[in-house]
Design a protein around this ligand. Structure first.
Ligand code: DLL
Length: 437
């Protein structure tokens, strides 16, 4: 078994919790003393400088931090060090309004790189690998985060960035690339481009995919693995928590191990804000334990998952988080039923005759939301046979009804007619506000 930091990754549970408690107290005191924002928050909540924190469960007295806090204190309001100690700024683009900003000291970059190195090693990377990073370089944490982590491992890093697929493929062949870093959507796109190009897969040396930054169901993962002939591991993170490296798959791929020496996770009921019972699904809340430039206490990630405390046979002792079902803001409520796009993906991908590309179209008709699922056929010939088209459509609708408990409308569309994505996929087309204006 390979570990990047074995002593930490396999630390006995009790020791991890002792370390977390010590770090929790110290980060609360640090925030109280160095951040105007947290000083006021902690004072108001009666937590003060954290000296009253005696056990990990006392974290519940600390108020949550939310995306709105980042927005309202844009750009540097959550900063806890003088600007001269900040060596890097990242930000997430976000779809509306101002970006979410992350600041780093030199020490933050070191710790971040360690965490990322851990997830890449757990995903199979060694110093012998040549890894192409196909995340967009720039303010996004993905590219530079993986870049620094992989360099720590000693792998050869190619900062390809995103886009220009032909050139990406040429570099992969010419440089003997053994692994790619990308979103699952882009990996899928690359696999199609290889299939349609002049160079067969045998001209590539690919064996690993370190994919992350968006949900990827096990079904989608196997599709990517089959298409590219690689082994895929998943890793998770977010700008507010410093970027990738928060958690990642081990060879068991049964939940992503948290870097628990740097992050303290909790699961809450989104509606009540109370703790969910251990092992149950809810919203992930994370406290950064070691960040200096911008520590974050009890951040509500909006990601829906559960924590797995049972020991993992890979030997790592850090808690695992199950693959996320998605974000609370991506959850659709259709005729009163909660639907996550990942549930649809699991049901669709791998079904005979249809490809892994789909789009969800939400409309409002007669004051009720409706969901149309557009799915690409592998072979356009099916469109010529009304009978076959109907049979296929019915069987997919039935499958979805049994998974979702909801009647949906499936539309089978021509191969290659749905949009492809070079970064995170945008699969929901929400026409509710457009059509009803
Ligand atoms: O996506 C950080 C990252 C970069 C993670 C590269 C992994 C690899 P943001 O752009 O701020 O940061 O987006 C964060 O993306 O709250 C999740 O909803 C989603 N997300 C990230 N990783 C995963 C994953 C980066 N492995 C938001 N599975 C998060 C599911 C993910 N969702």
């Amino acid at each position: 078994m390979n570990y990047f930091q074995k002593d930490i990754e396999t630390m006995p549970r009790k020791k991890i919790e002792e370390l977390q408690l010590e770090r929790l107290k110290s980060v609360v005191a640090y925030c109280y003393n160095n951040s105007r924002f947290y000083h006021d928050r902690l004072e108001k909540a009666g937590v003060g400088d954290g000296s009253r924190i005696k056990q990990l469960s006392d974290i519940q007295y600390i108020p949550y931090t939310t995306k709105d806090d980042f927005r309202e204190h844009y750009p540097f309001g959550l900063r806890s060090v003088p600007m001269k100690d900040v060596v890097r700024i990242h930000a997430s683009s976000g779809t509306t309004g101002k970006p979410t900003v992350g600041l780093y000291t030199k020490e933050d970059i070191e710790n971040w790189s360690d965490c990322v190195a851990r997830v890449t090693v757990a995903g199979g990377v060694t110093a012998d690998d040549i890894i192409q990073i196909s995340f967009g370089y720039g303010l996004f944490t993905g590219a530079l985060g993986l870049h620094f982590g992989l360099e720590k491992v000693g792998a050869t890093v190619i900062p390809a960035s995103s886009g220009n697929t032909e050139k990406q493929l040429m570099m992969m062949r010419d440089f003997g690339v053994t692994g790619i870093v990308a979103t699952p959507s882009y990996a899928l796109y690359l696999s199609e481009a290889i299939k349609e190009g002049e160079h067969p897969l045998s001209e590539y040396k690919l064996k690993l995919g370190i994919l992350g930054s968006e949900p990827c169901t096990p079904e989608m993962r196997s599709q990517i693995e089959q298409n590219l002939g690689i082994y895929v591991s998943d890793n998770y993170g977010m700008t507010e928590l410093g970027g990738p490296g928060v958690s990642g798959d081990c060879p068991e791929r049964n939940g992503m191990h948290f870097a628990e020496d740097h992050f303290l996770p909790e699961i809450i009921n989104t509606e009540t804000g109370e703790w969910a019972p251990q092992g149950e699904v809810g919203e992930l809340v994370v406290t950064t334990l070691t960040r200096r430039a911008m520590p974050v206490l009890r951040y509500r990630t909006k990601d829906i998952t559960r924590l797995i405390y049972e020991p993992c046979s890979c030997g790592r002792t850090h808690v695992r988080m199950a693959k996320t079902m998605g974000r609370t803001d991506d959850m659709l409520i259709i005729k009163g039923v909660n639907v996550f796009p990942t549930q649809i993906e699991s049901a669709l991908v791998g079904t005979e005759k249809i490809g892994p590309h789909y789009q969800l179209v939400v409309r409002r008709e007669n004051f009720r939301d409706t969901l149309e699922i557009r799915v690409e056929l592998i072979d356009a010939k099916v469109l010529e046979s009304f009978g076959e088209l109907e049979r296929l459509r019915n069987s997919i609708e039935n499958k979805l009804r049994s998974v979702l408990g909801l009647q949906t409308k499936v539309t089978l569309v021509k191969p290659k007619s749905l949009e492809r994505f070079q970064g995170k996929a945008k699969r929901i087309l929400d026409l509710r506000n457009v059509e009803n204006k």
